[in-house]
Design a protein around this ligand. Structure first.
Ligand SMILES: Cc1cc2nc3c(=O)[nH]c(=O)nc-3n(C[C@H](O)[C@H](O)[C@H](O)COP(=O)(O)O)c2cc1C
Length: 341
């Protein structure tokens, strides 16, 4: 997985690479997201039958062949001319859920049409409340299988690397848009202003849609509990790839206390620093149902488009299967805290 980054470095403009790679502040949490996984050691068990490995999970009643999801990443046409459409296609080939965002730079309906796997919609809350409802209904009509709301970004973080590199959104892809069946192109960027939802907005959105509702960006057990109480169907334990505020805990370090509080009431997805099969194993062992990857698949997209994305997911899946076999766990259900040393 790590090899995609230097490969992408060769093809991406420097400022775009900095935009993707960078974290907030001094990047202490950015480094720790990966380092924290490295600190966790595994317990191996031997002489178990691991000839048949099963990585399948069930999420919201949907059976998924493996627990690897592609995190929502803004502005993917920065990385590849086809952007989100190529990512969706690659995800589909590799059996991964793709989360297409409000900040997509390719038509969302094309992403939904291109993927053979479920596509979820990531809502960045917009200033007009009813417009959020409209967007969600439209995504449901297009076939999105779940709605995720980013809850951890009331204001953009201090991302110094992209600032120093002089990153500027090229005019050609500055504005995210949705292509509507009836009305043509709806330009979200000019019609709306991004705003921050509150718990009351989440409760309102909950009452509006029957699709599974996922709150992305939870790091505190109290917030996790409130999410469950507000009717969320899942949470994503995430520090937003460390792009918001520095010195937050690594995502994997925040997971155990949240899993303990949630106590299985709703599934937990984890992202931030997942780079190896053993990371996937550790996340599941500590209470996650699934993981999301961010930067690695964008580097793969930059390097080789849809094929790169599929290859990235397949590599991680194979690495995860190897980790399962070598720790003596044949099925996801056998991965619990006893895998941790
Ligand atoms: C370039 C970039 C753009 C991102 N855009 C979004 C976004 O639009 N919405 C969102 O909720 N998270 C966004 N994220 C965060 C990811 O969804 C995810 O939480 C994070 O990348 C996971 O960490 P990883 O990159 O270490 O795998 C973005 C991350 C990156 C690197």
């Amino acid at each position: 997985m790590a090899d995609f980054e230097p490969a992408a470095l060769e093809v991406l403009p420097h400022a775009v690479y900095e935009f993707i790679a960078g974290g907030a502040g001094d990047e202490i949490t950015n480094r720790d997201n990966e380092a924290a996984f490295n600190r966790i050691k595994l317990r191996q068990r031997v002489l178990r039958d691991v000839t048949r490995l099963d990585t399948a999970i069930t999420l919201f009643g949907q059976r998924l062949p493996h627990p690897i999801i592609l995190a929502p990443i803004a502005y993917q046409r920065l990385a590849h001319p086809e952007g989100e459409v190529a990512a969706a296609r690659g995800a589909g080939v590799a059996g991964a859920v793709f989360i297409v965002g409000t900040t997509a730079t390719a038509p969302i309906e094309d992403c939904l049409a291109e993927s053979q796997s479920p596509v979820w919609f990531l809502l960045y809350w917009q200033s007009d409340r009813s417009f959020n409802g409209e967007l969600v209904s439209r995504m449901a009509a297009l076939g999105a299988k779940a709605i995720s709301v980013t809850v951890d970004l009331p204001t953009p973080g201090d991302r110094r690397r992209q600032f120093r590199a002089g990153f500027k959104m090229p005019d050609s892809i500055a504005t995210p848009y949705f292509k509507d069946r009836n009305t043509g192109v709806l330009n979200v960027g000019t019609a709306q202003k991004r705003a921050m939802p509150t718990w009351a907005d989440i409760a309102w959105l909950r009452s509006l849609t029957t699709l599974p509702l996922i709150l992305k960006g939870i790091l505190d057990p109290d917030d996790a509990e409130q999410a469950s109480g507000t009717g969320a169907d899942a949470i994503v334990v995430s520090n937003h790839g460390s792009r918001n505020v520095d010195t937050l805990p690594a995502a994997i370090d925040a997971l155990p206390a949240i899993a303990e509080r949630v106590a299985g009431r709703i599934p937990i997805v984890l992202d931030g620093g997942v780079r190896r099969g053993t990371d996937v194993l550790k996340a599941i062992a500590l209470g996650a149902t699934a993981v999301m990857i961010g930067r690695p698949y964008v580097y793969a997209l930059a390097t080789a488009g849809a094929e790169g994305v599929a290859h990235c997911v397949n590599l991680l899946r194979r690495d995860f299967e190897m980790a399962m076999a070598l720790t003596g766990r044949a099925r996801i259900g056998e991965i619990d805290r006893s895998v941790i040393w």
